[in-house]
Ligand binder design. Sequence first.
Ligand code: SF4
Length: 348
Amino acid sequence: MSELKAHKPDLRDLSAMEVQDLMVRLGEKPYRARQILAWLYRRGAREISAMTDLSKELRRRLSEAASLFWYEPIKVEEAGDGTRKFLHQMADGALVESVLMPEEDHSTLCVSTQVGCRQGCRFCRTASLGFQRNLTPAEIMGQVLVARDLAEPDKPLTNLVFMGMGEPLDNLDFVCLALDNILGEYGLQMSQRKVTVSTVGRVDKLPEFARATTAALAVSLNAPNDELRSRLMPVNHRYGLDRLKEALMAYPLKPTRRITLEYVLLGGVNDQPEHAKQLMRFCHGLRCKVNLIAFNPFPKAEFRAPLPDEVAAFQNALVEHHITALVRRPRGADISAACGTLAARHHA
Ligand code: SF4
């Protein structure tokens, strides 16, 4: 938090304990913190002046000590399938996208954690932006609160996937602080089973992540052998598949939980029968399920989508070997909201 404390923090950059400390510093009773936290998360206050059960004087002093920003999208695009992509502008002008996907009776939000990304995965459009900066906890939480407000009433926001722009474990401290407020008693109280954080496989950060949060873990695998994975995902040069598997085997999972392996099928590249066999070997002994995602081509992409038959054959091969493998429906492809296509360009 030192990076944040140097400036006047956004109230949503603070943990529940830090909000309490702030109240004590302002000469207030600690219970005031609960009132403020309710405004921040349950009631979704957009500005400090809206906290009307605090005295005017306290609101004034609070405004001197901290800020509160609302990340209303500056642009909303809606796809034919109801998926909506939000473009958020941060206080410094940085642009970030999030994607709200309505399901039958709930909605899922794909959340961004960085402006750009430094991982350079070759099938991902965000990679072309390079890395600009980490998002703060308030900027991460801001996407969630906006989506909660904008979700259709009969499809409330219940699920989050940290699979938008950025590698969450490259921004571990801020992501975990946001997760505390997303899952916590004084925060949004979302279910830990319904909040999933996806990593390219920062093996070095996994133990710290497991200690810091109970959110579910997904790993963006995408290739079942080192030669191919290193070609697609530079992180594999540092943490090859043996090290990744070792780290996942050691990952402390509750008895009913599994790790999700995300696998983007790139036509003719990683979707052949031998790849399915290699993937089975990787899954052996691991409590996991596999999500298969057909690649969504974007302008200048160097890969093509897989053929439907190849997707089905790949899935069947896994299922026949008792590996849970689901094919994820591509969402919002017509507005570049699908997996790996977020680029936060403001083309109004
Ligand atoms: S797939 Fe994820 S980690 Fe890889 S470059 Fe894209 S945003 Fe970064």
